[in-house]
Design a protein around this ligand. Sequence first.
Ligand code: AMP
Ligand code: TRP
Length: 342
Amino acid sequence: MTETQFTPRVFSGIQPSGNLHLGNYLGALKRFVDMQGPDMETVYCMVDLHAITVWQDPKELAHSTRELCAGFIAAGIDPERSILFNQSQVPEHAQLAWVFNCVARMGWMQRMTQWKDKAGKNQQNASLGLFAYPSLMAADILTYHATHVPVGDDQKQHLELTRDIAIKFNKDFGVDFFPITEPVIEGAATRVMSLRDGSKKMSKSDPSDMSRINMTDDADTIARKIRKAKTDPDALPSETGGLEDRPEARNLVNIYAALNDQTVEQVLADVGGKQFGEFKPMLAELAVAKLSPISSEMARLMGEEAEIDRILARGAEKARAIAAPILQQTYEIVGMVGAGKA
Ligand code: AMP
Ligand code: TRP
C-alpha cells in the first residue's frame, strides 16, 4: 500500500442539545475559531443526528440547533471562511455510518466509556443509536477525509475508534482511502470541570446550573457563579506543581489561562500568592469581558432566524459537494453496483 497524501482539513462537531457552556467554548468552539485560516479548510457541524440518540423534544431540538449556529457565529466562526451546517442535511453522514457499522466490532463499541456512562445500568433500554454513536462520529469525520479534529479531552476515545475504523476499512479492502485522523486536544482547558465539584466535568446535563457557565448567561449571573465556585482555603501557588491535588484551584486557573490566551505558567507568575477573594473577581471580570459580547451577539442573531437557516442551508450544500464524491468512492470500493457514476 502506498502512502496517500491527504489535503489537511479540519472537521469538528457539537451536539445541539441545549446549554452551550464554557467547557464547550474553551474545549471546542474557541479552538475552532483559532483554526480558521488560509492553511486549512475548516468544516464545523451541528450534529443533530447524534443529539437524538437520547430523547429530544422536536421544538427544542430545532431551537438548540439554531442557537448553536448563532453561538458558532458569535464566537467568531465566519460562514464565508468555514463550512457551517447541520448534520441531518448532508445524508452522506448517515450513509457512511451504515458502512462503518459493518466495519466496527461490537466489542469496540462496548468499551466506549461515553456509552457506559450514558447508558448506565439500563443498557437494555438505551437506544441502538446511542450504542452506534461513535460509528456515526467516524463517518462525520471521514466523509470529509478530515485530517485534524479539535475536541475536548472527553472525545479522545471516540477519535481513537475513528482511527481504528479507518485502519480496518483500509486493510479489509486493500486500499489507502481513509486518512488516519489526528486528534487535536490542546490548550489549558481541554477539560473544564464543574464549578461545584472539581472532580466532575462541566456538563450540560449537570442538574445544578451553578456548576456551569452557560453561553447565554448574563454578566451578573457569570460573576455570581464564579464568586460561588468551590475553592480551597489556600493562596494560589506560583508554579504549576502547587496545583496538584487542588482540582478546584487548577480548574479556575485553567479557565483564566484559556480565556486570556495565556499558559498556566504565565497566569501563576502573575497571580501566585493571591487569595481566591482577590483572584475570583479578576476571573469574573475576564469571563464577563470575553463572554458577554458573545452572548449578546447570540441573542441578536437568534432574532434573525431566516438568516441562520439560510447560512445552514448554504453550508450543507458546500459540505455535500465534498462528502458526496467520497461516499460514492467508498461504495465503489465496497462493491455497490451503480456507485461512482454520478
Ligand atoms: P458536546 O456538547 O458533548 O457535543 O461537546 C462538544 C465539544 O465540547 C466536544 O469537543 C467536547 O469535547 C467539548 N466539551 C464538552 N464538555 C467539555 C468540558 N467540560 N471541557 C472541555 N471541553 C468540553
Ligand atoms: N461526540 C462529540 C461530542 O459529544 C460530537 C461530535 C459528533 C463530533 N461528531 C463529531 C466531534 C465529529 C468531532 C468530530 O462532543
